[in-house]
Design a protein around this ligand. Structure first.
Ligand code: RIB
Length: 335
C-alpha cells in the first residue's frame, strides 16, 4: 500500500497526499479531511523518514515480545541481538504486555520508522497484527506462538509434546488429582500445553481421575492466585502442571504461603526452565525451551529474507523441549 492508493481513495493527486502527510506545501482543509479519512480506512502507515529514504529500509529489525521481564524472552532477545549484530543490523525491542492494542501501537510506530523487518511474538492467535505488517510490505517472522489462518515463517517450541511428556510423567508417578494452571485462552502456547496434557491423560486410560484446568495471565500473580484456589479444594490435588515459568514461581510462593511442601505434599512440573544464573538451587522439573536457538533461528530467517528480497516460501521450525527431571516432581505416589 502506498501514497497512490490513498490519493485514489481520497480523490486527490498523490503530491497532495505527500504535502498533507509531510506538511510540505499547501493542502486545502477539504482535501486534508478526505486524505485523513482515506488513511484511516486503508490503515495506511505514512513513511516518516526523509523522502530520500522513502524506498530504502533501515538496517534495523524489531523484536516485539509480550513480557520483557521473563527470562525466556530475555534469552530470545540476546540471541536476536547477537545474530542481527553479526550481520550489521541494530535491533529495536518492544514489549506489549500481552495487550493487542499495545502491540498494534508498537507495530504502527515500527512501520513508520521503516524497520527492515519484524520478529513478532503475537499477543493473540488472530492474524490482525501480522496481516497489518504484511500489508505494508515488511518482512515478518512469527516467534514462540502460532497464528491461525496466516502463512508466514514460524519458529516455536513444541508446546504440545513437551506438556504431553510432563503430564505423562505425573500420571506414571501415580497422580490422579492434578491441577493444570495455564496461560490465557486465545494464546497458542497456553492452549497447546493444555492440549498436550489432555492427550497424555486420554492415552493413560487411568481410572478415578480428577483433572482441573485453569486459565489466566502468564504472570506470577496468576500462578499464585490459581494455586491458592486449587489448594482450598477437597480433595486437594497431589500435583500441579504450570504452563510457564512465571506461573510456576507464583504457584511455589502460594504453596509456601499455605504450608504445603513440594514435592512431599504436592508435586509440581512446569514449562520453561529458569536460567541457572538466576537460581542457586535448580529444583523444578521442567520442559525447557531452546530459547536462544529459537531467537537465533528467527533472526537468521528474517535476515535471509532481507538479503534476498525475491525469496519466497515459508518455513515452520518446531524445536523440541528438553525434559529435565529435578526434585519438584517427587517420587511415585503411595497407592
Ligand atoms: O515463559 C514464556 C513462555 O510461556 C513462552 O512460551 C510464552 O509464550 C509463554 O507461553
Amino acid at each position: 500500500m502506498n501514497i497512490r492508493d490513498v490519493a485514489k481513495k481520497a480523490g486527490v493527486a498523490p503530491i497532495t497526499v505527500s504535502r498533507c502527510i509531510n506538511d510540505s506545501g499547501y493542502c486545502s482543509p477539504e482535501a486534508r479531511i478526505r486524505i485523513e479519512a482515506a488513511i484511516s480506512e486503508l490503515g495506511f502507515v505514512p513513511n516518516r523518514l526523509a523522502s530520500g529514504l522513502r524506498s530504502k529500509r533501515t538496517k534495523t529489525i524489531a523484536l516485539v515480545v509480550t513480557d520483557i521481564t521473563n527470562p525466556f524472552f530475555t534469552t530470545i532477545a540476546r540471541a536476536v541481538e547477537d545474530t542481527a549484530g553479526e550481520a550489521g543490523y541494530t535491533v529495536i525491542f518492544s514489549n506489549t504486555d500481552e495487550d493487542p492494542l499495545k502491540e498494534k501501537k508498537y507495530i504502527q510506530m515500527l512501520l513508520e520508522q521503516r524497520v527492515g523487518g519484524i520478529i513478532l511474538v503475537p499477543a493473540q492467535s488472530t492474524p490482525d497484527s501480522a496481516s497489518f505488517i504484511r500489508q505494508h510490505e515488511t518482512p515478518i517472522v512469527i516467534l514462540d506462538r502460532r497464528i491461525d489462518n496466516f502463512k508466514a515463517d514460524f519458529v516455536r517450541c513444541d508446546s504440545e509434546q513437551g506438556a504431553y511428556q510432563l503430564m505423562s510423567m505425573l500420571l506414571s508417578l501415580g497422580h490422579r488429582d492434578i491441577a493444570i494452571l495455564s496461560g490465557p485462552v486465545g494464546v497458542s502456547t497456553s492452549e497447546d500445553r493444555v492440549a498436550g496434557c489432555k492427550r497424555a491423560i486420554s492415552e493413560a486410560k487411568a481410572g478415578n481421575l480428577n483433572i482441573q484446568t485453569f486459565y489466566g495471565p502468564f504472570t506470577q500473580q496468576s500462578g499464585y492466585d490459581m494455586s491458592i484456589k486449587v489448594m482450598a479444594k477437597h480433595p486437594r490435588p497431589t500435583a500441579i502442571f504450570a504452563a510457564n515459568n512465571f506461573i510456576a514461581i507464583g504457584a511455589l510462593k502460594a504453596l509456601q504461603a499455605v504450608n504445603v511442601r513440594v514435592p512431599e505434599d504436592v508435586a509440581i512440573v512446569a514449562f520453561d526452565d529458569l536460567p541457572q544464573a538466576l537460581i542457586t538451587f535448580p529444583f523444578l522439573t521442567v520442559a525447557s525451551q531452546p530459547a536462544y536457538e529459537m531467537g537465533k533461528k528467527a533472526a537468521e530467517i528474517l535476515l535471509s529474507k532481507l538479503s534476498n528480497e525475491n525469496e519466497t516460501g515459508f518455513q515452520e521450525i518446531v524445536l523440541p523441549a528438553e525434559i529435565i527431571i529435578r526434585q519438584s516432581s517427587g517420587s511415585p505416589v503411595k497407592p
